[in-house]
Design a binder for this molecule. Structure first.
Ligand code: KG4
Ligand code: ZN
Length: 354
C-alpha cells in the first residue's frame, strides 16, 4: 500500500451512513485510514421513557436527523459530493425502519451525485473496523463482538470472508449486563454501573451458573445467568456488590471458555480482537489479554468510539470493498436479518441477534 506521506497519491473517499439501531451517524473516511469528519447522534433520550429502543421512534428520529447531519459532515470536511468516490450505507441487519432511512438516503445521494452505492452489512462494519484503527492488523483474526445487540465469535479471514464460530442462543452479553443492572436497581445503560459496583464485591461470593460452558459448539447463553442473578437478589442473602462481581466473573468465564473452544476449531490465530460496547469493561479486557498472551496472540482493542455503533466503520467497510467493484443496484433491499456467514447453521433462538 502507498504510504500516507506520499502526497502526490490521491486516496479514495467514502461517505458512510449508519442508522440500523439507535445511533444516527455519518462519516467521511479515506482509503488510507483517515477519518475526515464524522457526526453521531444518540437517541438515548427518546427511548429512555420506554426502557428500550422503540423501532418506530428510532426510524422517525433517523429520518429527521440524517439530512442535516450529512450536510454538517460535508461542511466539516470542506468537501462536496463531487469529492466523494462512493456512498456506503448500512443495509442491514437491524431495525428495518431505521435501516431503510439510511439506505434510501444513500441511494438518493448515489443517484443524484452519480456515485457508486455500497450496501454494507452492519456486522461487517464491526468486523473490519479494527483495521481502520490498526494498519498492522492483518487477516485472519479471531473477533469477539460483544455489545447490547451482538454477541458473536468470528474468524475474520478476508473482506467478505467470515466464519461464524459462535453466537448467542438468547441474550447478547451487553443485554445481560443491562438486565443485571436493572435487577440491581442501577439504571441504564447498565454495563458501566455493574462494572463499577463489581469492583467492591467478591467474584466468588455468589454461586452463579456458566451457561453452555464446556459444550461442543462455542455458542453463548445469558438468559439463565440473568435469572440466577434475579434469584440471588430475591433470596436476600447477598450483597449487591458481590452479586455484580459474581455475575461479571461468570460472564468472563463463559467468554474465555468459548474463545478457547473457538481456537481449538480454528487452530492458531495471530490476533485476538474485541469490539462492541462491552469491550469497555476492564475485567473482560484483562481476561482477554491474558488469553491472548497464553496463546501467543496479539491482543487488539480498538478505541471505544470505533467499537460502538458509528458510521466511520461503515465508510471503512466501503473502502475495503471498493476494490471488489460490487456496487449495489438502486433497488437493493434493506435486510432486517443478514448473517455474515451464510454457511453458519441456524442456532435455536439466535436469528434475532444477527
Ligand atoms: O456497542 P454498543 O454501544 O451499542 C449496541 O449495543 O449496539 O454497546 C452497548 C452495550 C450496552 O449493553 C452496555 O451496557 C454495554 O455495551 N457496556 C458495558 C460496559 N460499557 C458498555 N458492558 C459491560 N461493562 C462495561 N463497562
Ligand atoms: Zn452494532
Amino acid at each position: 500500500m502507498v504510504s500516507a506521506s506520499n502526497t502526490s497519491e490521491t486516496h479514495k473517499i467514502v461517505l458512510g451512513i449508519e442508522s440500523s439501531c439507535d445511533e444516527t451517524a455519518v462519516a467521511l473516511v479515506t482509503e488510507d485510514r483517515r477519518i475526515l469528519a464524522q457526526r453521531i447522534a444518540s437517541q438515548e433520550e427518546e427511548h429512555a421513557p420506554y426502557g428500550g429502543v422503540v423501532p418506530e421512534i428510532a426510524a422517525r428520529a433517523h429520518a429527521q436527523r440524517l439530512a442535516p447531519m450529512l450536510a454538517d459532515v460535508m461542511d466539516d470536511a470542506g468537501l462536496t459530493l463531487d469529492d466523494v468516490d462512493a456512498i456506503a450505507a448500512t443495509a442491514g441487519p437491524g431495525l428495518i425502519g431505521g435501516v431503510m432511512v439510511g439506505l434510501v438516503s444513500g441511494k438518493a445521494i448515489a443517484m443524484a451525485a452519480d456515485k457508486p452505492l455500497l450496501a454494507i452489512n452492519h456486522l461487517e462494519g464491526h468486523a473490519l473496523s479494527p483495521r481502520l484503527a490498526d494498519e498492522e492488523l492483518k487477516f485472519p483474526y479471531l473477533l469477539l463482538l460483544v455489545s447490547g445487540g451482538h454477541c458473536q465469535i468470528l474468524s475474520v479471514e478476508g473482506v467478505g470472508e467470515y466464519r461464524r464460530l459462535g453466537t448467542t442462543i438468547d441474550d447478547a452479553l451487553g443485554e445481560a449486563f443491562d438486565k443485571t443492572a436493572k435487577i440491581l436497581g442501577l439504571g441504564y445503560p447498565g454495563g458501566p454501573a455493574v462494572e463499577k459496583l463489581a469492583r467492591e464485591g467478591d467474584p466468588k461470593a455468589v454461586p452463579l451458573p456458566r451457561p453452555l460452558k464446556g459444550s461442543a459448539e462455542p455458542h453463548f447463553s445469558f438468559a439463565g445467568l440473568k435469572s440466577a442473578v434475579l434469584r440471588a437478589v430475591e433470596s436476600g442473602e447477598h450483597q449487591a456488590a458481590d452479586i455484580a462481581a459474581s455475575f461479571q466473573q461468570a460472564a468472563v468465564d463463559c467468554l474465555i471458555d468459548r474463545l478457547e473452544k473457538s481456537l481449538r476449531e480454528t487452530g492458531p490465530m495471530p490476533s485476538l480482537v474485541v469490539a462492541g460496547g462491552v469491550a469497555a469493561n476492564m475485567t473482560i479486557r484483562a481476561a482477554l489479554e491474558a488469553l491472548a498472551e497464553k496463546h501467543d496472540m496479539r491482543f487488539v482493542a480498538p478505541p471505544l468510539a470505533l467499537c460502538t455503533d458509528n458510521a466511520a466503520m461503515i465508510a471503512w467497510a466501503g473502502c475495503e470493498r471498493l476494490p471488489l467493484n460490487e456496487n449495489a443496484p438502486l433497488d437493493f433491499k434493506a435486510r432486517p436479518r443478514w448473517p455474515l456467514d451464510p454457511e453458519a447453521d441456524a442456532v435455536r433462538g439466535a436469528g434475532v441477534k444477527a
